[in-house]
Design a protein around this ligand. Structure first.
Ligand code: SAM
Length: 344
């Protein structure tokens, strides 16, 4: 197991930098889904899973989550993203996040949210020291928002975005899943949003993941088409020579305040630079979003495993991280994992 831990010191105290997988990728980013519950019923994510929600006892308790996160940080994880379901609906989420922020060696904590509870929680999150927020919003039209999400909360989300900007969250990112005949007529409106405000709008390819959702190949739009359509607003320039920020390729319109990010898991896989591990709300570690392979950590913890046993299970999971996912670039294929449990 120790062979996968990178021995190169990465700071003055000589802490380890990350874990190395079989394809020489350094795994340093853990995404944690704290609940499968969500206050939306997006047609492409949760609609028919409502009756299949996890029992409380199936969710990892906060103590269990903190124990696993601390162990992974000891192994080299440096960045944690809290996601869900909708993370802000879990009871006592703020005190959990406060406890996360004091973990030694964990310098970067981010949250992905649908924004509905931001009017209530943004200030507390800011006061905990959180600065990096991704807010999911697929439409700028209130009526359509209700059609896509099943709920009439557009104005709350918009209020949450404004408040987050006012408080100084940065970078502030809006995630938009582009879907043909559903919201693709708003690509330019989202482009204009990034022109006018200091926000990064991230255009995400619609992925064939989950059972019984509204995914259809015809609704999938490759990044190249999104970029082409957005250039109607002006020249899109890469932000830097590599213009890569995590999985996203970043561009800007001349003179715009914000930027555009394109996330292309299907048309341009970024598996070769994937540094992620996912902890699902049902307590499993998942080495790849788009491959249904998981390690049951909850069962291990609840059967009294020592930290060393958990470390070994984490290391073995990393060794199972595939070189790349197997979904074809034309947007066909399917993977059965549930986004509401994995967290995206
Ligand atoms: N509730 C939080 C939120 O709305 O951001 C976190 C969980 S949600 C599952 C995380 C992200 O996954 C959202 O941006 C959502 O739009 C995205 N997502 C869900 N299903 C998807 C799919 N089939 N393809 C692409 N993105 C998807």
């Amino acid at each position: 197991m120790s062979s996968i831990i990178n021995k190169k010191p990465d700071n003055a105290t000589g802490e380890k930098q990350g874990m190395i997988d079989l394809f020489s990728r350094t795994i340093s980013y853990l995404r944690v889904s704290v609940t499968d519950q969500c206050n939306l019923r997006c047609l492409y994510c949760t609609p028919r899973e409502i009756s299949e929600k996890l029992a409380c006892s199936e969710l990892l308790r906060y103590e269990e989550l903190l124990r696993i996160i601390k162990i992974t940080v000891g192994m080299g994880i440096r960045k944690v993203r809290i996601t869900g379901g909708e993370p802000l609906v879990r009871r006592d989420i703020i005190s959990f996040i406060e406890r996360l922020t004091v973990i030694d060696g964990l310098d970067d904590i981010r949250i992905t949210t649908n924004g509905i509870m931001l009017p209530q929680y943004a200030k507390q999150l800011y006061n905990c020291g959180i600065r990096k927020l991704n807010i999911s919003l697929d439409t700028l039209r209130p009526k359509r928002y209700k059609q896509i999400t099943g709920r009439d909360y557009f104005h709350r989300v918009w209020q949450g975005i404004n408040l987050a900007e006012e408080l100084g969250f940065a970078p502030l990112k809006i995630n938009m899943v582009a879907m043909r005949h559903i919201n693709d007529d708003e690509l330019l409106d989202f482009g204009r949003l990034a022109m006018d405000r200091d926000i990064q709008v991230r255009f995400i390819e619609f992925m064939p993941i989950g059972r019984d959702t509204a995914w259809e190949k015809e609704k999938y739009i490759p990044t190249v088409e999104m970029i082409e359509r957005l250039t109607e607003l002006g020249d899109l320039r890469p932000i830097s020579a590599t213009n890569i920020d995590g999985p996203a390729r970043i561009y800007r319109f001349a003179g715009s305040r914000g930027s555009l990010g394109f996330i292309s898991p299907i048309s341009h896989k970024f598996c070769d630079r994937c540094n992620r591990l996912r902890l699902t709300s049902h307590g499993s570690l998942r080495p790849c979003l788009l491959i249904d392979e998981e390690t049951d950590i909850k069962q291990l913890i609840r059967s009294g495993a020592a930290d060393d046993d958990i470390r070994r299970a984490i290391a073995l999971t990393i060794l199972k991280k595939p070189e790349s996912h197997a979904l074809p670039a034309d947007g066909s294929g399917n993977c059965h994992g549930r986004m509401s449990r994995i967290g995206g």
